[in-house]
Design a protein around this ligand. Structure first.
Ligand SMILES: CC(C)(COP(=O)(O)OP(=O)(O)OC[C@H]1O[C@@H](n2cnc3c(N)ncnc32)[C@H](O)[C@@H]1OP(=O)(O)O)[C@@H](O)C(=O)NCCC(=O)NCCSC(=O)C[C@H](O)C(=O)O
Ligand code: MG
Length: 289
């Protein structure tokens, strides 16, 4: 978390790369990252124009400090190889690959990225959205240093599990937790899935909070109207920052005692680590503007 490579990923907005208005609008939105989509949001007749638009956007330098990623079509589809080749040449911050199922697929993707001469800065993000991926998720997470983030595909998971989308997401919690556990063990980031009902502000806020409580780095989004609440929910609040500073001060004052209290609560070394992480996150968000 305190590594220089850490970037805030509270809000990560998908947009269909065939939609030029959305591509333009994204330059004005306070999102941490963008996923320029070539997959599900783009119809078969628009795949080529979407690929050109996404690559042009990634190369343009017009998106400021926002992390720019391209989601290619899945392995085995008619568009996958051409998408991957074009995305590697465009050199975004990351290439997002949907429906990654095995560690072997990660290894093949990394080999292909080298073959297509993707710059070293271009990382791989894997979407975890099938039962097979969940069963293999421990190995997927540690398959390559180039893999730096999991993106949960909750719509595909619901489909494949034959589950239903319900408040509280009980049918998905085991899959979400398994992916998070594996991501944390491997030291990579993990992003929560999307909330489809863009008109349901209350439901969206509750799902953001659930994702924050679970430990996700941030949430993937589908509409500009979701950005503000998501950013606020996944950032440390003013009270959390003040508590983190207070914990570090209390710990420093009691140097060497092994345990102190802050506002009546026990503080040990691990709480100081958490406090430092909160401050590092707050500083990174503030620095990113
Ligand atoms: C959901 C939408 C289809 C709604 O579109 P629309 O009705 O046009 O929205 P608005 O009229 O409210 O739009 C207002 C303005 O905002 C721009 N806009 C809309 N969406 C985006 C966006 N995602 N990024 C950037 N800008 C956006 C509009 O262009 C309007 O701009 P202006 O006219 O200049 O004011 C639409 O929001 C949409 O297409 N969302 C993204 C859908 C998507 O990408 N889906 C694929 C990813 S989700 C997924 O697949 C997850 C995973 O794989 C899984 O399995 O779960
Ligand atoms: Mg999906």
């Amino acid at each position: 978390m305190s590594s220089p490579a850490y970037r805030p990923r509270r809000s990560v907005l998908y947009m269909p790369s065939s939609n030029e208005r959305a591509l333009a609008k994204a330059k004005t939105l306070p999102v941490d990252a963008l996923i320029l989509d070539l997959e599900d949001a783009v119809g078969p007749d628009h795949k080529e124009v979407a690929r050109e638009n996404a690559c042009a956007a990634a190369k343009s330098g017009d998106y400021g400090g926002r992390e720019i990623t391209i989601r290619v079509n899945g392995i085995g589809t008619a568009w996958h190889e051409a998408d991957l080749k074009a995305a590697c040449h465009a050199g975004p911050d990351a290439i997002v690959v949907p429906k990654v199922n095995t560690a072997k697929e990660v290894a093949s993707l990394v080999t292909a990225m080298k073959h297509f001469r993707a710059p070293k800065r271009t990382k791989l993000w894997a979407m975890i959205e099938t039962p097979e991926a969940i069963v293999n998720v421990r190995k997927i997470a540690r398959a390559s240093d180039r893999l730096t983030c999991f993106v949960m595909g909750t719509n595909d998971l619901v489909k494949e599990l034959q589950a239903q989308i319900v408040p509280g997401r009980a049918p998905l919690l085991m899959s979400l937790s398994m992916a998070l556990l594996s991501a944390r063990r491997a030291g990579i980031a993990c992003l929560d899935g999307v909330f489809n009902d863009v008109g349901d502000a209350e439901g969206f806020a509750a799902e953001c909070l659930q994702g924050r409580h679970m430990g996700f780095d941030g949430k993937t989004l589908i509409h500009p109207g979701q950005v503000e609440v998501c950013n606020a929910t996944f950032a440390p609040s003013a009270a959390e920052v003040a508590d983190a500073q207070g914990i570090i001060e209390a710990w420093t004052a009691g140097a060497g005692t092994g345990v102190v209290t802050y506002h009546g609560k026990m503080i040990e070394n691990l709480h100081v680590d958490i406090a430092r992480r909160v401050l590092a996150t707050h500083e990174a968000i503030t620095a990113a503007g």
